[in-house]
Ligand binder design. Structure first.
Ligand code: GLV
Ligand code: MN
Ligand code: MN
Ligand code: MN
Length: 421
């Protein structure tokens, strides 16, 4: 006696594996690399071609395509009650410079196939249904990423985002205008930012090893851990490497190693839940026989609980208050996204859909951030993960088995049906 039940098995049966495989192959050709990977940097020619390909899929689906000021592309299907807010699914089409075929792309294509399956199964939604592709999730060309979803959800302003430059000095505003001109030429109408949504569900590859290890084809994501990015600057005094005795040295590299080790130790937890990464480390002036006077390094710090993340940030502040190896240290906070827990009411609907389909879908927390982290502040949001081979992502060899992608798409379609009926 489940009031939200619909004919999930018929909807799942309408998911067409061959069509999904064809779409994955077609999209992977746009920006294909010789090593089998994909390079579709945000708002480059390939990313724009991928958008135009997506827009071309609208007519066969019977959907209306549109684009907003951030280049986010929507395909909208009407519901029987036009007063209701849409149930939305999607992800992103941009990739890392040496990216794979699945990160982001699978979420868009699974969403497309789910909408086709709902139509093919004769399902009539009460809520409108939408597919979205968010601009610049990766942040590989314009940093930080998740810009399309962040601006859509009013987390960042359109004006400041348009000013971000790539490594060649091209602003995101200029790149957006070029892309939007192509969309205008294809007669894609413009739509507003921040339009209401009833719910958002993003399917994504896990980008980690858990589902593969558990032998599960799909997982239900309970939330996304929070992330803080910092830049640490260590200032010493440059001097001759050969002539300067210990007592006279203020070696910024020595100070950086000491403070980096202290920060890493502070982030070590017995449960292995804290994620602490120094991914960039710059030594100046960068000469073999000069004592460095300046080191900057990055910190990517993550934890699923806001309180723990905050406590670690405070500890990092304390650690960087004093000198290390005689060098002054400063800690600059670059960006921060609070952890989100997806609402139980929504994940319970997905669990129920999985139950109807006889799918075992374990719960897990997302280690990576996704556009869903911003959508969670806009409407009830959830995510589905499918396994990726060896947990490998941001790599040309990134791979998800078609069977797993199909199961994920079936659960997505059944979940969209429950929410939109
Ligand atoms: C992006 O996907 C990240 O989690 O760093
Ligand atoms: Mn992604
Ligand atoms: Mn990615
Ligand atoms: Mn990502």
């Amino acid at each position: 006696n489940d009031p939200a039940a619909c004919d999930s098995p018929a909807i799942a049966a309408a998911v067409n594996p061959q069509r999904l495989a064809n779409d994955l192959a077609t999209l992977a050709m746009i920006g294909a690399r010789e090593d089998g990977g994909v390079a579709r940097l945000a708002l480059d020619d390939n990313d724009t071609r991928a958008r135009l390909w997506l827009v071309e899929q609208a007519s066969e689906l019977g959907a209306q395509a549109s684009v907003d000021a951030m280049g986010n592309v929507f395909l909208d299907l009407p519901g029987s009650d036009p007063e209701l807010a849409p149930v939305v699914t999607g992800s992103h089409l941009d990739s890392q410079p040496a990216g794979g075929k699945y990160d982001g792309a699978l979420g868009v294509l699974a969403g497309l196939e789910a909408l086709r399956a709902l139509k093919a199964a004769g399902f009539t939604p009460r809520h409108p249904l939408s597919l979205v592709s968010w601009t610049n999730e990766e942040g590989a060309r314009f940093s930080p990423g998740t810009s399309g979803s962040a601006v859509f959800c009013h987390v960042r302003s359109l004006e400041e985002t348009r000013l971000i430059q790539d490594s060649e000095g091209v602003t995101m505003g200029h790149a957006l205008d070029t892309c939007l001109a192509e969309m205008d030429a294809a007669n894609v109408p413009r739509r507003s930012l921040a339009t209401p949504m009833y719910a958002f569900i993003e399917l994504h590859i896990e980008q980690g090893p858990i589902l593969e290890r558990e032998g599960a084809s799909v997982g239900v994501v309970e939330g996304i851990q929070g992330v803080s990015w910092f830049e640490v600057t260590v200032t010493g005094t440059a001097n001759h490497a050969g002539t300067t005795p210990r007592a006279h040295r203020r070696d910024a590299f020595e100070g950086a190693c000491a403070v980096a080790t202290a920060l890493r130790e502070a982030a070590r937890d017995s449960e292995d839940r804290v994620r602490f990464t120094i991914g960039k480390f710059d030594v100046s002036p960068g000469s073999v026989n000069t004592i460095p006077d300046r080191v900057t390094f990055s910190i990517d710090l993550r934890h699923p609980e806001a309180a723990t993340l905050k406590a670690l940030e405070a500890t990092f502040n304390d650690i960087t208050q004093h000198t290390w190896a005689g060098c002054r240290v400063t800690l600059a906070a670059l960006s921060r996204i609070e952890p989100v827990a997806f609402p139980d009411a929504l994940t319970a609907q997905i669990d129920a859909a999985a139950g109807e389909l006889g799918i075992t879908a374990p719960r897990l927390v997302s280690g990576a951030f996704h556009d869903a982290i911003h959508l969670a502040n806009h409407c009830p949001t959830a995510m589905l993960f499918v396994p990726c081979h060896h947990g490998l992502s941001h790599h040309p060899d990134e791979h998800t088995e078609l069977d797993d992608a199909v199961v994920g798409t079936q659960l997505l379609a059944a979940s969209l049906a429950r929410l939109s009926r």
